[in-house]
Design a protein around this ligand. Structure first.
Ligand code: 0L1
Ligand code: MG
Length: 262
């Protein structure tokens, strides 16, 4: 660790506060340019611990920046990993209040639900598929706490990878019954197609993102529990939304899921 415990505590409190008060902030590496990867994930861990202490429950995990479209959009080169908690859940067809967020964007994702525990290192696409129960469509609502979405990778990890809300729905299908590489997705905003792609945009196969998450957890002495929901990452670039928008994600063979912004 490059930063001491007190600074890690302060950074976690600051970023969680920004999320709760809907206030943006310059990226944390402006003040702490020597922040290490361990420091960044330690800040994220502290935000999770604070939320659990206040009564939240873990609702799932996420991989972010897993497609070239997303990496190019944000000017970064590697995936990142974060957590989802109960208050981020939006029911299918439900609403997100834009005034609860800073500058929300939506991402079309394929979500996995695991059946058995997964442990890294050595987790592969095949291991993930063997351990998965179902896959289903999901819309992630991201909301970086950084001003104008300007960040570097360590800052975004500390900020729990911009996690804010998510909705899953449509039709859950057996993870082994579909070729997720060629599964097409269409994202619509107010009835207009705003982005489209196929599962292979995520690291060649969406299960590769889950395997990377598991190997990342393994390096940190953790595992992915059985029954976990995992958002495998945006297949396209993220799309900005505002109050009044209706967003629908259609995934080939898995129906559709929607969310409204008010
Ligand atoms: O889920 C994601 O891909 C988001 C990762 C964080 C970067 C961003 O805010 O766009
Ligand atoms: Mg995402």
């Amino acid at each position: 660790m490059a930063l001491d415990e007190k600074i890690l505590d302060q950074l976690a409190a600051h970023l969680e506060n920004c999320q709760l008060k809907r206030e943006d902030t310059p990226k944390v590496t402006d003040t702490y340019p020597d922040m290490s990867w361990d420091d960044a994930y330690a800040v994220q861990d502290r935000i999770l611990a604070s939320k659990l202490a206040k009564g939240s429950q873990i609702a799932g995990y996420k991989a972010g920046l897993t497609s070239h479209a997303k990496m190019k959009q944000m000017g970064v080169t590697d995936p990142v990993f974060g957590f989802l908690v109960s208050e981020y859940i939006v029911p299918e067809g439900g609403e997100v209040k834009v005034s609860d967020l800073i500058h929300p964007k939506v991402e079309p994702e394929i979500c996995f639900v695991t059946r058995t525990e997964l442990k890294g290192p050595g987790c592969s696409i095949a291991t993930v598929l063997a351990a998965s129960d179902v896959v289903l469509p999901g819309i992630e609502v991201i909301d970086s706490r950084y001003r104008d979405f300007k960040f570097d990778l360590k800052s975004v990890v500390a900020d729990n990878t911009s996690a804010a809300r998510f909705v899953v729905g449509g039709r859950a299908v057996d993870a082994r019954s579909v070729d997720l590489r060629t599964t097409g997705v269409v994202l619509e905003k107010n009835g207009e197609v705003v982005a489209l792609g196929a599962g292979a945009a995520v690291l060649g196969h969406p299960a590769a993102a889950v395997a990377m998450l598991v190997n990342h957890l393994g390096r940190r002495g953790k595992s992915l529990p059985a029954g976990s929901l995992v958002l495998s990452g945006g297949i396209t670039e993220a799309v900005a939304v505002q109050a009044g928008d209706n967003v629908t994600l259609r995934v080939q063979g898995m129906g559709s899921v929607s969310v409204r912004f008010t």
